[in-house]
Design a protein around this ligand. Structure first.
Ligand code: SF4
Length: 291
């Protein structure tokens, strides 16, 4: 194992994000988290969908894959199941993850696949120039809703809690040190880790998005218990402030562990006769198969 520094994870590709974009803080945190865990470059795969934040895999020198819009989680799961020893990190934005990709979150959570999903939430579609996303605030004006949003925003933490994700955290990209800590803990968590990182879009929401989050953000108190589902629900229902930290964590067997057990059970059970399978569906065995 090498003595990696954050710089070792930096690829030669220069980020094309707008100057001041919150995603720079997340990228920096990813470099530092990988270095803190001393993860070899060839043992990490970073998978994304499509969007400004989904460009991130190109800026990291590990394995990476830029998939299609909203499909980051199925692709990341495929990588993890094919290569269980690989540390798999899925990244993307609120639009990618909660609109077209919203149907994948409950299933990856209930399976408890051992990967870390970093959702960079800026409350807007940045890459396509500022349309309403599922987390855009009520009444906010956007390019697609110039007179203001009339729907309630989705709450990513509440969704992850509803889907029974086993690790749920929230951070702010301007606080890189805290993001590093959350990403490290998410990677170390055996199971599905969901991390919402508030990552302002300075171009299509505006620089004031940083100020608004700073004003509302508070760290979870020292006596907060991430093992308490009741406390986690209280945090998810907060209004007027945004609590940052590890909101919920519990240990459950991972999908990979249960899959391994299933394979062993199947191997011990011996081969199932094709005719018996057909009989379960009240279908007769084809004549040719009886010969
Ligand atoms: S459009 Fe917004 S989210 Fe996209 S790079 Fe620029 S500031 Fe970042």
């Amino acid at each position: 194992m090498g003595n990696y520094t954050a710089t070792d994870y930096r690829s030669d590709v220069k980020p094309v994000w707008c100057p001041g974009c919150g995603d720079f803080g997340v990228l920096n945190a990813v470099y530092q988290a990988l270095a803190r865990l001393q993860l070899p470059l060839e043992e990490v795969a970073i998978i994304s969908g499509i969007g400004c934040s989904s460009r991130l895999p190109g800026y990291v020198k590990t394995y990476g894959f830029n998939s299609i819009h909203g499909r980051v989680l199925p692709v990341a799961q495929g990588v993890k199941l094919a290569r269980p020893a690989t540390t798999v990190i899925a990244v993307g934005g609120d639009g990618d993850g909660l609109s077209i990709g919203g149907g994948h979150l409950p299933h990856i959570a209930r399976r408890n696949v051992d990967l870390t999903y970093i959702m960079m939430d800026n409350g807007i579609y940045g890459m396509t120039k500022g349309q309403t996303s599922p987390t855009t605030g009520f009444d906010q004006e956007t390019k697609s809703m110039p007179y203001g949003i009339i729907e309630a925003p989705l709450n990513p933490v509440k969704l992850a809690l509803s889907y029974e994700a086993t690790f749920i955290a929230r951070g702010f990209s301007a606080n890189v040190e805290q993001c590093v800590d959350l990403i490290v803990r998410g990677i170390q968590h055996p199971g599905f880790a969901f991390i919402q990182l508030l990552s302002p879009c300075v171009t299509f929401v505006g620089r004031e998005q940083f100020d608004i989050i700073r004003e509302l953000a508070v760290d979870l108190p020292a006596d907060y218990d991430p093992g308490s589902l009741d406390q986690a629900w209280q945090v998810s229902n907060e209004t007027g402030k945004i609590s940052l930290g590890v909101i919920y964590q519990k240990q459950l067997p991972t999908y990979e562990q249960r899959l391994q057990e299933l394979v062993q059970r199947a191997q011990q059970g011996g081969r199932v006769a094709f005719a018996d399978l057909l009989r379960q569906y009240h279908v007769s065995e084809p004549e040719s198969a009886q010969d």
